[in-house]
Ligand binder design. Structure first.
Ligand SMILES: *[C@@H]1O[C@H](CO)[C@@H](O)[C@H](O)[C@H]1NC(C)=O
Ligand SMILES: *[C@@H]1O[C@H](CO)[C@@H](O)[C@H](O)[C@H]1NC(C)=O
Ligand SMILES: *[C@@H]1O[C@H](CO)[C@@H](O)[C@H](O)[C@H]1NC(C)=O
Ligand SMILES: *[C@@H]1O[C@H](CO)[C@@H](O)[C@H](O)[C@H]1NC(C)=O
Ligand SMILES: *[C@@H]1O[C@H](CO)[C@@H](O)[C@H](O)[C@H]1NC(C)=O
Ligand SMILES: *[C@@H]1O[C@H](CO)[C@@H](O)[C@H](O)[C@H]1NC(C)=O
Ligand SMILES: *[C@@H]1O[C@H](CO)[C@@H](O)[C@H](O)[C@H]1NC(C)=O
Ligand SMILES: *[C@@H]1O[C@H](CO)[C@@H](O)[C@H](O)[C@H]1NC(C)=O
Ligand SMILES: CC(=O)N[C@H]1CO[C@H](CO)[C@@H](O)[C@@H]1O
Length: 847
């Protein structure tokens, strides 16, 4: 184990002395020991956050990264998405949202570091887990096991990415920001299913990675048997109980879920800031030194990048920065305060192993000492319901249930994970600003449309006996595959008569529309947990030939699980009951196939067809029509902020703005009506089903349009609607303001940045801090009371003890992007001496 590590270091020294990398930047060495990553000889405590470059636009990257830095991150982590970088074998693509080099350089310019998870398997709720679909069609290939065909392609791609980074001098030893790399991803979760092939594959992957001479350490997450020198790291909601597989490796957490992903048909998952902060504090308390939020910014699954099945277009993830790039409060600020508190303890955390002291049932302290009277302490109450008072170091401390307090001098509490003093964000003030834009959208006469042909639409269809597997047939060039046949019932039905039959269809997923004699008869669909579905429908045939057209649809290729790459989809059984001659299983009959839709083939989503005569315009806009394309001109609202399209009046489909796909939408699929909680108790172990909101609603009604995808004046909006909807009820939104509020008590800790060692921290005073989005200003104070204000953020009212401090707050804040109001009776007066008072403020930020 040690020998390989030594070799890595030796190579690095050679590279540095060759002088090859000297031109740019300052060469940095990165190694590790049992405690931490060691950067230029110094152990570091690092806060990291995931931002996947293709889930936003290059124009958004600098702002998101700046907000990450201000939130206290040191490292940005991203996967690398093989399927978009090598769409055709041997042909590479690194443009636009896929410009990996530009992304890494943007992080570097902000002064942050990079953890590059090359994989190449990504998972990430990304189509096919990031594998190119062409890989699947190499005869004899088996993914993620000791298969030579797979290993050859994987090695080529790893080398391609490492080479690209080296050519651009992006590794730390070259003066670049990359300090860490990852090979494979969460393989430990599935390794058992691959038998001995899996074990050999892990060894091969580790060796292949190390041989790429990146000069930075490699990690494998969720990989208990990661061979030396690869560091095995933890992924999960909590990682305090984790220890690496060797005493020479540091305790690292590569995926700490800030929330959870969203699937069509599901309620929206969220993770309370108090629980996330608790998990992070516990991790550092118990010896962890590197932690990564998955996700810090989630973003959007544009186009057909969403994984499957049924992963939604929004990849918001309840992350500290929301899908649109706005700061999510109080999560962002609460974590920023936590990062500050941990940073204050860095010297102690890296210099010793903690001493653990039991303080009672589910109560413990961890103490890190530099010298006998110079220490930091973390006090934890991991009971899921009981608050407690503990005595530590001769003082008494109140510890709410499920919380950690941080004491940078073993005495003063500067942060408690359950006490959110951070500002909260209330209502978003949205506007279609837009009056003109939305007037256009609402006028039925502004729209044009194109009705799709049902069934076979071109001469490149083909006939096969039996039902074909969907993905093998489309090769994922489209979501759609037509299965069509005709059924002759001349003998069953007298001329001029009709008769009813029962049609039973079984599908591996993900959804299907069924047409009989070109009329829509049914829609079947699965869900994220089980994409397979059956559809049983009474249908009517007439004498003679009847047509049956089934449109099978994919909503993201599977991205997770053992052998997920060979999971099938599409129709596998079609049975017709009620025929006189009993011949009722159509599954083995003759079927005609057509890959894709006519509109896709025509390119109706493209700007070049905007004026084509294919589009129909008229006074009566067809609504509630299945398989139809709509087109309209939209005027972009003024301003620089991101836009959102409210598609609540639509069914299911995809939307394009100026030819760019903003993703699949599915607003007709409502989540279950129960299981949601508005005020989820953060206490106790979190899981993705614990805290859900918006039950009985579409998983997603608003769809993000990046500002740079529209230009002033007229823009083209195209929708492809599969089920039926009313496009004249669509609206375009942009944020023009935000209501914010905060509530801080005299007893809350002062801000961590007023901390100075060896000073009386308790003599510092707590303060309320208000922050608007960059470029916005506080332009109204709706409420400001010092005393015993009642209610929660959004519903404050004056308490019995009350001073109206509106004018003081106005003076400090109006016209400012951010302001701080110290809680001081000298300034406010004291309406009720001896009573514990607090300051509550509600304000309005606007552009
Ligand atoms: C990595 O370094 C070793 C030893 O210096 C060398 O033999 C090998 O060719 C290098 N591999 C690559 C991919 O650069
Ligand atoms: C903790 O101590 C405070 C002050 O003495 C007291 O009001 C409170 O009830 C105690 N809480 C618990 C859970 O013991
Ligand atoms: C199929 O149709 C296309 C366009 O409609 C036409 O150009 C082509 O010649 C046709 N191919 C065959 C084999 O009929
Ligand atoms: C569909 O029907 C088949 C047989 O009738 C049954 O085995 C299967 O579980 C059903 N699938 C679903 C998703 O209901
Ligand atoms: C019925 O359909 C079959 C197969 O498409 C075709 O060969 C036959 O000519 C059709 N019969 C009539 C009466 O349209
Ligand atoms: C479509 O027509 C409009 C109005 O005549 C024109 O401004 C626009 O450039 C045309 N678009 C294309 C793609 O030809
Ligand atoms: C839309 O059409 C479907 C079937 O064609 C029908 O069941 C539904 O009631 C219609 N919805 C509206 C809002 O018209
Ligand atoms: C506080 O004072 C402001 C004027 O400074 C007034 O508009 C507001 O209504 C007062 N609020 C309360 C709760 O008395
Ligand atoms: C390593 C680990 O804890 N992974 C977990 C991550 O979260 C998912 C979803 O809850 C679990 O299934 C994994 O076990």
């Amino acid at each position: 184990m040690g020998s390989k590590k030594v070799r890595v270091i030796a190579v690095l020294v050679v590279l540095v002395f060759e002088g090859y990398y000297w031109e740019k930047g300052h060469s940095t060495t990165v190694t590790y020991d049992h405690k931490a990553l060691v950067i230029d000889g110094k152990r570091r405590i690092l806060q990291s956050g995931s931002i996947h470059y293709p889930r936003s636009t290059p124009e958004m990257w600098p702002d998101i990264i700046k907000k990450s830095k201000e939130g206290g991150l040191d490292v940005i982590e991203t996967y690398v998405f093989w399927n978009y970088h090598e769409p055709v074998k041997g042909k590479y693509y690194f443009e636009g949202r896929f410009d990996l080099v530009r992304f890494v350089k943007t992080v570097q310019e902000a002064g942050l570091l990079v953890h590059l998870r090359i994989g190449p398997y990504a998972c990430a709720e990304w189509n096919y887990g990031g594998f190119p679909v062409w890989l699947h069609f190499i005869p004899g290939i088996q993914f993620r096991t000791t298969n030579n065909l797979f290993k050859k392609e994987m090695k080529l791609f790893l080398a391609k990415i490492v080479g690209l980074m080296k050519d651009e001098n992006l590794f730390a030893s070259q003066g670049g920001p990359i300090i860490l790399a990852q090979v494979e991803n969460e393989y430990g979760n599935v390794e058992g299913s691959y038998g001995v092939g899996g074990e050999l594959y892990v060894k091969w992957a580790a060796e292949t990675a190390v041989n790429l001479n990146t000069t930075v350490p490699w990690v494998m997450c969720t990989q208990h048997d990661a061979p030396d020198p690869i560091i095995n790291t933890c992924n999960g909601f909590y990682c305090d109980q984790f220890s690496p597989n060797s005493p020479s490796k540091p305790k690292m957490w590569t995926e700490n879920y800030s929330g959870w992903f969203l699937a069509f048909g599901n309620a929206i998952p969220y993770r309370p800031a108090e629980d996330l902060a608790f998990a992070v504090a516990r991790f550092f308390e118990t010896g962890g030194t590197f932690q990564n939020y998955y996700m810090y910014f989630g973003g959007t699954n544009f186009g057909r990048t969403a994984g499957g099945p049924l992963v939604a277009t929004s990849y918001d993830y309840d992350a500290p920065i929301d899908e649109y790039g706005y700061i999510r409060q109080p999560k962002w600020s609460h974590l920023r305060d936590l990062h500050k508190a941990i940073k204050l303890c860095e010297e102690h955390l890296i210099s010793s192993d903690p001493i653990q002291v039991q303080l009672g049932t589910n109560l413990e302290a961890h103490i890190y000492s530099k010298t006998s009277n110079d220490c930091v302490a973390f006090l934890a109450n991991y009971d899921s319901s009981l608050d407690a008072n503990v005595t530590f170091n001769g003082n008494s401390y109140f510890l709410p249930a499920w919380s950690v307090s941080i004491l940078p001098d073993c005495k003063n509490v500067i942060f408690n994970t359950a006490k959110v003093v951070a500002q909260r964000n209330l209502q978003v003030i949205s506007s279609a600003h837009a009056s003109s834009a939305n007037e256009l959208l609402r006028a039925p006469s502004a729209w044009s449309w194109y009705k799709e042909k049902v069934g076979i639409w071109s001469n490149n269809s083909f006939v096969e006996s039996g039902l074909l597997e969907h993905i093998d047939t489309t090769k994922d060039t489209s979501d759609y595959l037509w299965y069509t046949t005709s059924i002759n019932v001349e003998e069953d039905i007298m001329p001029g008569k009709e008769k009813d039959y029962l049609l039973h269809i079984e599908s591996l997923g993900h959804a299907a529309l069924v047409f009989v004699n070109k009329r829509l008869q049914g829609f079947g669909y699965g869900n994220h947990e089980d994409e397979s579905f059956n559809l049983t429908k009474k249908i009517t045939f007439h004498h003679g030939n009847n047509t049956l057209d089934i449109l099978s649809m994919m909503i993201g290729l599977q991205n997770y699980g053992p052998w997920f790459d060979v999971a099938g989809a599409g129709i596998y059984s079609v049975i017709l009951s009620g025929l006189m001659d009993g011949k009722n299983d159509l599954s083995y009959g003759e079927w005609s196939y057509q890959v894709g839709l006519e509109g896709e083939y025509l390119g109706l989503d493209k700007i070049s067809l905007a004026n084509s005569s294919l589009w129909t315009q008229g006074t009566v806009l067809p609504v509630n029509h299945s398989l139809i394309w709509y087109k309209v001109t939209i005027l972009a609202p003024e301003g620089k902020g991101p836009l959102a399209l409210n598609l609540a009046s639509m069914g299911k489909g995809q939307a394009w703005v100026n030819g760019q796909s903003i993703g699949r939408y599915w607003t007709a699929y409502l989540s279950p009506s129960t299981g949601c909680t508005d005020n989820c108790d953060y206490r106790g172990t979190f899981d993705p089903y614990k805290c859900l909101k918006d039950c009985g609603q579409p998983a997603q009604s608003l769809y993000h349009i990046p500002r740079t995808w529209v230009h002033p004046g007229e823009n083209l909006l195209v929708l492809h609607e599969e089920l039926g909807g009313d496009p004249s009820k669509i609206s375009l939104l942009t944020r023009t303001g935000q209501e914010i509020c905060a509530h801080v008590s005299e007893a809350d800790p002062p801000p961590a940045d007023s901390w100075k060692p060896n000073q009386e921290f308790n003599s510092q005073i707590p303060e309320v801090r208000l922050n608007c989005e960059q470029g916005w200003h506080i332009n109204m104070i709706n409420f400001a009371s010092f005393g015993t204000p009642r209610g929660n953020c959004g519903t404050f009212s004056p308490g019995i003890c009350h001073v109206n401090v509106t004018s003081i707050v106005q003076q400090a804040c109006i016209g400012q992007e951010r302001c701080a109001i110290p809680i001081s009776t000298t300034k406010f007066g004291d309406p009720c001496p001896q009573v514990l008072k607090s300051l509550a403020i509600e304000a309005l930020c606007s552009a």
